[in-house]
Ligand binder design. Structure first.
Ligand code: ATP
Ligand code: MG
Length: 212
């Protein structure tokens, strides 16, 4: 069964007098155990589609289903659905480790990081604040934050945009691992390296999916 689906979703923006069909009647089913890579030119609607799937934006038409049931995904917890935003989105007043463990602390739970900080080359940087980290390090903290609670679904926006090749393989390998343990991954990426980690590749153009 599909874990997370977009059913005929559309999202239109208005910029001045211009109407932009950022996502135009998209149906997409994401299955457990699968890494889906979403490709498409800049402005084709990848981030908007991820935001609709996360419930961070509301569709103008269509709906989102969770485990086959019509559901607003914004009400899901971080263990069900986590996100790596394109703009990373760390809280500047919290250290790296505090950012990563925040969702669990809100649930009054501890986080088992399973060595993720060390695997991502961040072991000396747990107590650094975001503005003390490089862009690539900040992005790896955001990826650690998304993976720390072993979510059922992770929605990932350009996870290698600030990574060198070695770190790109490291982070993509972790999404592969989550999927091999039954997780569901959607990765929007321009990076050809991401294709090596995909079970499925879909392309987006002008707000529409072009087929698998
Ligand atoms: N808040 C907004 N208001 C107006 N237009 C927007 C808004 N957000 C996105 N858009 C427009 O919607 C379209 C899709 O944007 P989106 O960010 O989803 O593209 P993308 O495929 O993620 O691009 P990139 O590869 O550059 O990240 C673009 O034309 C963009 O200018
Ligand atoms: Mg984008």
């Amino acid at each position: 069964m599909s874990q997370l689906s977009a059913i005929g979703v559309s999202r239109t923006y208005q910029r001045g007098s211009e109407i932009i069909r950022a996502v135009d009647d998209v149906t997409l089913h994401l299955e457990p155990g699968v890494v889906t890579v979403l490709q498409g030119p800049s402005g084709s609607g990848k981030t908007t589609l991820l935001n609709l799937l996360a419930g961070w934006e509301r569709p103008d038409a269509g709906h989102i289903e969770w485990e086959g049931t019509d559901r607003d995904p914004s009400g899901l917890g971080w263990t069900d659905l986590s996100v790596v935003p394109q703009r990373v989105g760390l809280l500047s007043e919290l250290s790296a480790i505090e950012n990563v463990t925040l969702a669990a602390r809100v649930r009054h739970e501890a986080t088992d990081l399973d060595g993720l900080f060390a695997r991502f080359g961040l072991e000396e940087l747990e107590h650094a604040f975001p503005d003390e980290l490089s862009a690539g390090q900040q992005q790896r903290v955001a990826i650690t934050r998304a993976l720390a609670d072993r979510p059922a679904v992770v929605l990932v926006d350009e996870p290698t945009s600030s990574q060198d090749e070695e770190n790109a393989h490291l982070v993509l390998g972790e999404f592969r691992r989550l999927a091999s343990e039954g997780g569901t991954c959607l990765i929007a990426s321009h990076d050809p390296i991401a294709l090596d980690y995909a079970n499925r590749v879909i392309r987006m153009r002008d707000g529409r999916l072009e087929g698998d």
